[in-house]
Design a protein around this ligand. Sequence first.
Ligand code: BGC
Length: 802
Amino acid sequence: MTGWLLRYDGWDPSAEALRESLCALGNGRFATRAAAPENRAGNGSYPGTYAAGVFDRLPDVVDGHRLENESIVNLPDWQSLTFRIDDGAWLDLSALAVTGYVQELDLRRGVLTRRFVVEDQQGRRTGVAQRRLVSMADPCLAALDLTVEAENWSGTLTVRSALDGRVTNDGVARYRGLDGRHLVDLRPVVDGDVLGLDARTVQSGVVVSLAARHRVLVDGRPATAGTETATEPGCAAVDLVLAVDPGRPVTVEKIAALCTSRDRGIGEPGEAARDEIARAGSFADVLARHELAWDHLWTRCDVRITGPVRATLVLRLHVFHLLQSVSPHSVDLDVGIPARGLHGEAYRGHVFWDEVFVLPFLNLRLPEVARAMLLYRWRRLPQARASARAVGRRGAMFPWQSGSTGREETQTMHLNPRSQRWLPDNSHLQRHIGLAVAYNNTWRYYEATGDVDFLSEYGAELILSVAAFWGDLASYDPVGDRFDICGVMGPDEYHDALPGADSPGLDDNAYTNVMAAWTLTRALECLDVLLPGRRHELLDLLDIRRADLEHWQHVSRKLRLCWADGVLLQFRGYDQLEEFDWAGYRERYGDISRLDRILEAEGRSPNDYKLSKQADVLMLFQLLTSDELYAVLDRLGYPHDRHTIPRSVAYYLERTSHGSTLSKVVHAWVLARGDRRRAWNWFLEALESDVADVQGGTTGEGIHLGAMAGTLDLLQRGFTGLETREEVLGFDPFLPDALGSVRFRLRYRRHSEVEVTIDHDTLTVGGSSTGSTVLPVRVRDKHFRLDPRGSLAIPLRRRRGD
Ligand code: BGC
């Protein structure tokens, strides 16, 4: 492992699913799993290609219940490429002696290589090398080349290349009982060595077209191969046939294009795909443009640390996959941030609240990409309003999971693989998603970019519409003179009701109530940022009256929080639950992260116990600074002291099973100030989530984008105390001992290239801005002014524990 290369030695079919996700290649528009090009699905291998926003909805009947699920669609496999010698068998590593197998993902260049030597039963040794990319420069293009070198034989080499539409959604074991056949009307065509394949998704009717062309080189010089069509139903294929001698390597280049009827600036997708490959140039041309595009992205987005090499590499892997899932190519699409990247079929490609972990990184580097993600939400406001109306509420209610339309896509039943029982899924009650959309995304975006135009045109409408929902949902209790928010779920998905309750839902989830109070306050503040005309226009359009604004003021001061012994309770009644036998269950089961499944299989329920799947109350301390949180508590009239946060942190740290990869990120975050050693350890654990597949198989179904981005945000904001409020760039660094320094480049408001380096002694900030704007910088309680193109080196006083 170096800081840029993810390398695997040795062929290991049991590790393929994981490697396929971790080495997947993409450009924000589409991504392809790193399945071996010679394989179809099976024996641990799962070719998958997914285009952002291409979903399809299919019905099923499970246990007598009719279900509908919308899923990101596995598209035809453009990579398919294999070979054989004379009339021998097609390449199959499991049937050959394989030596020197190396797979390497070069993060800097965005290129995946694979090298090995195979020997067949006749003793013929063949060296094989492949390179692959999904172009970051040309968003429809992907390329693959294969070099075959005979070591000790002469004969005929047949290379078979295909565009294979015989794929289904079959990548996640627990969904296998459901229909996964999303592609119909497959039309393969072959013209010489040019392949084409059109298909259509069943319900959404998206036309997907692929085209590919080939170029053959012998000993590095262009050569001509014989071509024979090998097309089968659903699969366009060609055989390229050549004579081979030892020492004269044969290379086949394959340039492929993927276009869909959702693309802009095209006529018909099939024609567009053919045009793309016709003008792409050679593999080297495609590669050169691709490398340049990555180079520019890394200049903006690299996060460099002085610390363990593995941490450096994994952080880059996280940047890499973030940018492959959402990139400047997403700006033109109507897509959100998929929780599992474009890397697999887990969670069906849906968009959750994970953007709260992803957007802080984008806001400060690629704000135009962040803006596009916010617009995905804005376009779905009509649906969110309809959803609020459907439950008798005003304003906008965003869905916990969304896909193409913005309607609620959360499954209504889920399978517990441990008990094999299908169970009701109430996670759609996580109404807090709207708070993430309104506040943490839209408002933080505004703070980081100063984009008043966006706030005025779109952001304010989002915030006000969400605030209207919470203002209406809060119910007044005259006895306690408090407002309650009832019937919801917090981020902890292991609690969906009080023990023995008849219906699902919890009351006064602390996370929800604090964030609702916060959002109502921000909504009122945001009206002051708008010009008077726009303010009146929006209030009129959204039918928000003076009395509503007064009501919001009131609710934002009177929402109820529940406490026991100075600890902020996760929800009303939490203190009445039983303590859980952590030690006993650990001893019995080992890994107890999925306590929901373990307990259900035992005939029990997590609802009965003081346990959490993931950070819930603790999320508050991640999303809000302590000043911000205390301001909410003051506004709500709840007393607090300097132990309020640490007390709750200590309480919940003991009671969390980390059933979500997001949890460790948040634990590292909340310890960053108080216990740097433990924070660093949690950070290292969070880094391992995907690269080491700590959940034992889930990464193979898709990366965990929120956790990946969360580790980056930990470095960017958690350990540095970076804040972007009131037009000042603020820092309050608290680096763990093992982290020598951290260095990154930011774009903050009009300051487009702010270079930040922080070590234990000095904070250096410098850079250039357009025009002559001075950047106000605050380091702890001292204020500075950074001149355009100037730099500041600010000594950091060592604090206790430094
Ligand atoms: C977590 C959610 C998260 C989702 C998608 C779930 O396991 O509990 O908080 O949004 O995964 O990443």
